[in-house]
Design a protein around this ligand. Sequence first.
Ligand code: HEC
Ligand code: HEC
Length: 465
Amino acid sequence: MESSTVSLSQPSASHPLQIERRALLPSFASMARSHSPDHNGVGEIRPLAAIRRALYIFLIVAGLAPGGCKEDSGNDVALLAALAAGGGCPSYDWNLPPGVPAPVVPSDNCMTPARVELGRHLFYDKALSRDESMSCASCHFQERAFADGKTRPRGIAHAGFPTGELHPRNAQHLSNAGYHTKLTWNNPLLDTLEGQSRVPLFSESGDNSIVELGLQDQQYLNKLASDDTYRQLFQQAYDGDISEQSVRFALASFQRSMTSFDSDYDRFIKGQGSLSPAAYRGFEVFNGEVAECFHCHGGFNFTDTSLHTNSGAVEFAFHNNGLYSDAEYNSKPTKGLQDISNQALDRGKFRAPSLRNIVLTMPYFHDGSVNCSSPPADATNRTAMEACAREALTVIVDMYRAGGDAAKRGQPTGAAVDASLIRPFSITDSQRDDLVEFLISLTDWSFASRSDLANPRPSHSRFGR
Ligand code: HEC
Ligand code: HEC
């Protein structure tokens, strides 16, 4: 380990990196704009996507977008309304660092502390599953940035599935969930947090009908209504409306409050902390045109599928990063965007995950196929988690360096791979190790223990995972 560090706030003339750094570092705002739409897959998803994108821009500029989202928030009209919303909501203290834009909020579900607090209760409450055995928190653990450490999670036990159905994909972390233009690994139809929770709650979605929480009737609402704390929380949040919609809306508000911008990297950008020289060199590899990582994992949230209050248009992309050959996907439980679009050319395309909190979110990839050899059971053990991430991320960078894992294993690269970005490239082993150190610096340990995101009623038997 190198002992000296690179810092913005305490310039050390002796450090060779110090001089060029200020010029190199883009501000958060410009980083948010920096990703290149030329490399996104919008045009390949649906033929009308480009036209729709142009329409979004036109409507927003012309101020013609409809002004309030419908009960059904899971569609583009709702997103458009959200984008156009702008005013109407009372101001909310996001507690974001300077220069970080706030997430977009639908005009019919303004952020309020009461809604966030209600959502926090619901997120941890097993009353939201058919048999009171699981909550959202059962697959989204705070100490893992709301991922769960498993390859793929299982839903509640039910007829035919005594140990629960195995989800086709790995549970995602929820850090900065409020900024995603599209939710989940590969579903372009899930636009809003208000709509997404229908999938785990009621098994509603285009492709994934597995039972997660398995709610079937209104019983869970009766349980909430018979609890004094909930009656008070619903009163403060939604004028006492204890309904399926306010449950989903409160969960969305809580998840929008899961902002995470306090990593070593963030403190470095703000001039309040330092990066190791290795991590700083890795930052340059990440943003360089040899490794090309930033094209898909760029911007303030380290993914090219972000939306925030300074966004000019709704942009999203799905990519095939060369993990498997097209033939290998025949035997996989998910084929990426193809599951939804039924287009062969969408095989193996997924949303590029945000690389924030990467030390907490192993196993990696949509199928959780990459992990270290002995993953630590205790995610709060920073040294052990970093060692695990270092090992697993080295494997991942080696995959990219070989032009994708399929290519590395001598398999043909998928037809949907963008060959200008996913192709063998040459960096030294020490540059690879630097890149891994940079990725590790994107982890915000305070997020994993923030008290306002923790279980609000840990002593209540129904609350927890
Ligand atoms: C059985 C485990 C399980 C439970 C329970 C569960 N989730 Fe998830 N969650 C997942 C998995 C797996 C994914 C990835 C889904 C996919 O790609 O189809 C996911 C994805 C998400 C996403 C998308 C994140 C992103 O980056 O796009 C959100 C938001 C989310 N879950 C919220 C919730 C909420 C809210 C609840 C409770 C109502 C919940 N989850 C319950 C396993 C679970
Ligand atoms: C063409 C777009 C693209 C490029 C370029 C790219 N990635 Fe990715 N990356 C993806 C996609 C898509 C996934 C998810 C793939 C999957 O799960 O099948 C991913 C997944 C990852 C993951 C796993 C994250 C997780 O939470 O599971 C890491 C780490 C990663 N990429 C790092 C990098 C690095 C480092 C580079 C540069 C060497 C890079 N990526 C270049 C698109 C890209």
